[in-house]
Design a protein around this ligand. Structure first.
Ligand SMILES: N#Cc1c(-c2ccc3ccn(Cc4ccccn4)c3c2)n[nH]c1N
Length: 243
């Protein structure tokens, strides 16, 4: 997978070259290129923003700079790219989104700042039949798109074959079965007077699986009843319903 990121703060994306993601890049599983938007400015001040039409607070990022940047970065590779535009007004980015994008050959992330990017940049890309997804990582407001890109790239890249040491980790993710993960424990057996649940030390794999499923159902019902309500009809078996 090729990943391009366009931003006025390239340094914000440095964490993508650390740890697991850094190893995925070194292993050739991911090609990452970060581009400074100001490369495509033409004025001495390298202006990337301007006042909003219709008035209102803040500034809006100029379409000309973004249009030239997108055209140039898209041309760097012939593979089709999904253009991702982080925005508080976007569709929710979920585990299902990450799963879907993990099958893409190329992702191109555009990091806005100020009050966002002139809408015509997205409109122009779509009318050229480019795939453009305007997405939000959550119901809160950030200062720019860079942090959202860090989140989305990690969520997608960890799903690529060969990235996680144990593929089962991704298969047993929270949300992968529509439920939150239950509690996890490791040594010591007792810590500050708190013991690991006996069932986890029983060696009875069927009982352990049941216990874990019950804790996941319990936690999801308590913290995210919306997820429980959204489960497909056949997602819960009789034992689940009995819980
Ligand atoms: N994903 C995501 C986001 C963002 C986000 C993403 C990109 C930009 C580019 C500028 N801003 C600031 C801003 C503030 C107010 C109104 C518009 N824009 C961004 C915020 N905020 N919260 C999320 N879940």
């Amino acid at each position: 997978m090729r990943i391009d990121v366009i931003t006025i703060f390239p340094g914000y994306l440095a964490p993508l070259r650390e740890a697991l993601l850094g190893r995925a890049i070194s292993a050739g599983l991911v090609d990452l290129a970060v581009h400074d938007l100001r490369t495509w400015t033409r004025d001495v001040h390298q202006a990337v923003d301007d006042a909003p039409y219709g008035g209102g607070p803040g500034m809006v990022m100029r379409p000309q700079v973004w249009g030239e940047a997108l055209d140039a970065v898209l041309a760097l590779d012939e593979r089709p790219a999904r253009i991702v535009v982080p925005t508080p007004a976007g569709r929710p980015f979920t585990q299902a989104t990450a799963q879907a994008w993990s099958g893409d050959e190329r992702l191109l992330f555009t990091c806005g700042r100020y009050e966002g990017i002139d809408q015509r940049v997205v409109d122009d890309a779509r009318r050229r039949d480019l795939t453009v997804d305007e997405v939000s990582i959550g119901d809160y407001v950030l200062v720019g798109g860079e942090v959202a890109v860090l989140v989305m790239v990690e969520a997608v890249v960890r799903l690529l074959p060969g990235v996680l040491g144990n593929p089962a980790s991704a298969e047993q993710d929270s949300f992968s079965d529509g439920l939150l993960e239950g509690p996890a424990f490791t040594r010591p057996e007792v810590w500050r007077g708190l013991a690991v649940p006996d069932v986890l030390r029983s060696g009875n794999h069927a009982k352990i699986a049941r216990w874990r499923r019950d804790r996941a159902l319990e936690r999801t019902a308590e913290r995210r009843p919306d997820l429980l309500a959204a489960l497909p009809e056949d997602a819960l078996d009789d034992a689940d319903r009995a819980f």
